[in-house]
Design a protein around this ligand. Structure first.
Ligand code: 5GP
Length: 114
């Protein structure tokens, strides 16, 4: 049996998280190491290792996650602008092998990213 990722353990309630939103398809919680005044992670409850592993059947789920991201940005007062980031693979900076969307805001965000 493969080991659970840290995010699967959060979904299963084995590790605490500061949850800001949850429904049957996803969970959103504050990042433990925030890179901006607001840094929330939105993750599907379905175990998908990365963006690369998204299947065609997951497209409605990915759309749902984006609606949640939009609504959270409004709820968290990010009206000035915000950024949604998906790190994919080792060179893309992905450290947790469970698909997640970073929602970052609350300060001006530079470009290009590192
Ligand atoms: P990645 O580098 O894979 O794109 O992003 C993983 C993110 O998960 C990082 O920003 C990291 O701070 C966050 N993270 C890792 N472990 C935990 C944890 O146990 N709890 C929370 N809330 N965030 C975590």
């Amino acid at each position: 049996m493969t080991e659970k990722t840290i995010f699967k353990r959060i979904i299963d309630g084995e590790i605490p998280a500061n949850v800001v939103f949850e429904d049957d398809q996803c969970l959103a919680f504050h990042d433990v190491n925030p890179q901006a005044p607001t840094h929330v992670l939105v993750i599907p409850k379905k175990e998908i290792a990365s963006l690369e592993a998204v299947a065609d059947e997951d497209i409605p789920l990915i759309g749902h996650l984006h609606r949640v991201l939009r609504d959270l940005a409004r709820q968290l007062d990010l009206g000035d602008g915000y950024r949604v980031v998906v790190n994919c693979g080792a060179s893309g900076g992905q450290t947790v092998d469970h698909l997640h969307f970073h929602l970052l805001g609350g300060r001006p965000l530079g470009w290009p990213p590192g």
